[in-house]
Write a protein that binds this ligand. Structure first.
Ligand code: FE
Ligand code: CA
Length: 528
């Protein structure tokens, strides 16, 4: 019923005789060797090993991925765990009381994966909720909710999902996650990147990063453990399956392909690739995906998920394969120069472009939802085709953007909707065939969702207000509030409700729906 990593009995060592793992002195290896007599049972873990919560993700019609990671001291190297495999039991039920178990098994949490586990559960029924938990010894997780999606060829009447991104721990409390977690009608949570921030120690507006800028695998793991320790984030993972992609801060601010941020502590190319390998590895260890583990500095993460015939999610990666930023690599913002034009510049890379093309052509969905990172539509900081733009966004790669729009039109998809994170602002607009021509036909929609907690510079609001004023394709832009975007999709209409936090520096601050927009199938986006 489920494929899971078999637990190697030979490698399971019982260390309970040492008198509790946390109190043990000396190396774990010595402790384990002393007690290596009983195979097949878990070491006795003195501390609840589930401090990082659970998660589910990459839902399909017949299954879903379950995730957890064991720790004894989340901030410590290796999460304070002994360097031995630990058997973890998992179970899936049709009911929240966990009485009607339909799948279960045992999986090894290994030191190589920082004692994270991923279980690909198969053989479930399509389009229904399930509940799950993990157990190690006397410790068990709370029961969490997930669901399967309707089969790709089946009718589906309604999809409710969250669009989320950018959860800088230093900048604010995760009130937005508490709001997501309270929404039991969500079928999925789309997370568009900046799950962690790599930046160094010190206080932000609210909370602290305890260690310097993270570079090594152990440091990235500790940063994920810090973030995953938050109860509101854990609650949001426990309410619905997630569809997760990364952005830049999972590695290094504004990196592109193999090029680090200017001024990065890993500016040497080999050092940056080693860092990217560590960062991708730690991301893989902490996300509930079906992806195979990375090999070195590479990890293809683009993938699809179908919600019946109603919606197809195309999850894109605009960081790993893109050409280095043209025109002004030391600065995001500058005028579009000749270097930005030309067929060689890419955002997705050739292979991902071809894969997306195929996925659009084979799509029979009412809505094609393109989950990706950087703003797709033109944001003209000054007027004219060569005006000032944020060159880290698609504005720095206008011919690559043109190829994407051409692909939509060639594929004849009904409703392309670009869903975007990264910029810590809410932005709503039409995608048009030519952003510099007010008469150009509408070809799609872009909905940019603000950050969960990451702050935006105060100047950004005035900049965006000016941009909207000179851009007929844009309806609204707001950089002043944190929150998330709640989307509801039916065959006829997409509705976007922008949920915003009153004051993100206050724990428990409430959210409200700031603005709502609708897209009728084939039409422009309008305020509801
Ligand atoms: Fe961000
Ligand atoms: Ca970003």
């Amino acid at each position: 019923m489920a494929s899971s990593v078999p637990v190697s009995r030979r490698r399971i060592l019982t260390v309970a005789a040492a008198g509790g793992l946390v109190a043990a002195t000396g190396s774990w290896r010595a402790v384990a060797a002393r007690a290596a007599t009983v195979a097949g049972s878990a070491p006795r873990l003195a501390v609840d090993p589930f401090a990082l919560g659970v998660a589910s993700g990459d839902p399909g019609a017949d299954g879903v991925v379950l995730w957890t990671r064991l720790t004894q001291d989340p901030a410590a190297v290796a999460g304070g765990m002994p360097p031995v495999d630990v058997p973890v039991r998992w179970m899936v039920a049709r009911d929240e009381g966990m009485r009607r178990i339909v799948a279960g098994g045992r999986v090894a949490a290994t030191p190589e994966a920082a004692h994270s586990v991923r279980v690909v559960v198969e053989g479930l029924e399509p389009d229904r909720p399930y509940w799950y938990r993990f157990v190690v010894g006397d410790h068990e997780t709370p029961v969490a909710r997930t669901r399967t999606f309707p089969a790709a060829n089946r009718r589906a009447d309604r999809l409710d999902f969250a669009v989320t991104s950018c959860q800088n721990y230093r900048d604010g409390y995760y009130n937005a996650w508490a709001d997501v977690a309270a929404d039991e009608d969500l079928d999925a949570v789309l997370f568009l990147g900046d799950y962690i921030y790599e930046s160094g120690e010190g206080m932000g507006a609210v909370r602290a990063h305890p260690i310097a800028e993270v570079v090594t695998l152990d440091e990235y793991r500790a940063r994920y453990a810090l973030y995953r320790g938050d109860a509101n984030l854990q609650a949001a993972h426990a309410v619905a399956p997630w569809l997760v992609v990364w952005d830049d801060h999972e590695v290094d601010n504004n990196y592109q392909g193999t090029s680090p941020e200017v001024g990065s502590p890993t500016s040497d190319p080999a050092a940056f690739l080693a860092r990217r390998a560590a960062a991708y590895r730690a991301w893989w260890e902490h996300m509930p995906t079906r992806l195979a583990p990375p090999t070195g500095p590479d990890l293809p993460i683009h993938r699809r998920a179908d919600f019946g015939r109603l919606a197809r999610f195309h999850l894109l990666d605009t960081r790993q394969y893109r050409s280095n930023q043209p025109c002004a690599p030391a600065n995001d913002v500058g005028p579009v120069c000749a270097e930005a034009r030309g067929p060689d510049l890419t955002v997705l890379g050739d292979a991902q472009e071809r894969w997306l093309d195929a996925g659009l052509r084979s799509s029979g969905a009412s809505w094609d939802l393109l989950g990706q990172q950087v703003t797709f539509s033109q944001l003209a900081f000054s007027p004219g085709p060569d005006g000032v733009r944020n060159l880290d966004q698609w504005d720095g790669y206008p011919d690559a953007r043109r190829r994407m729009i051409d692909a939509w039109r060639r594929a004849g998809i009904k409703n392309p909707v670009v869903l975007t994170g990264d910029i810590h602002a809410n932005i709503v607009g039409d995608v048009t065939a030519d952003f510099d021509d007010p008469q150009a036909p509408h070809v799609g929609t872009e909905l940019v969702g603000t950050s969960i907690s990451s702050s935006a510079p105060a100047v950004l609001q005035q900049v965006l207000t000016d941009v909207v004023g000179r851009s007929p394709h844009l309806r609204w832009a707001d950089a002043t509030a944190r929150g998330w975007l709640r989307a509801t999709v039916t065959p006829e209409v997409l509705q976007a409700d922008y949920r915003t936090v009153d004051d993100n520096r206050v724990e428990g601050s409430p959210l409200r729906t700031a603005r709502s927009f609708v897209v009728e199938s084939g039409g422009s986006v309008t305020e509801a």
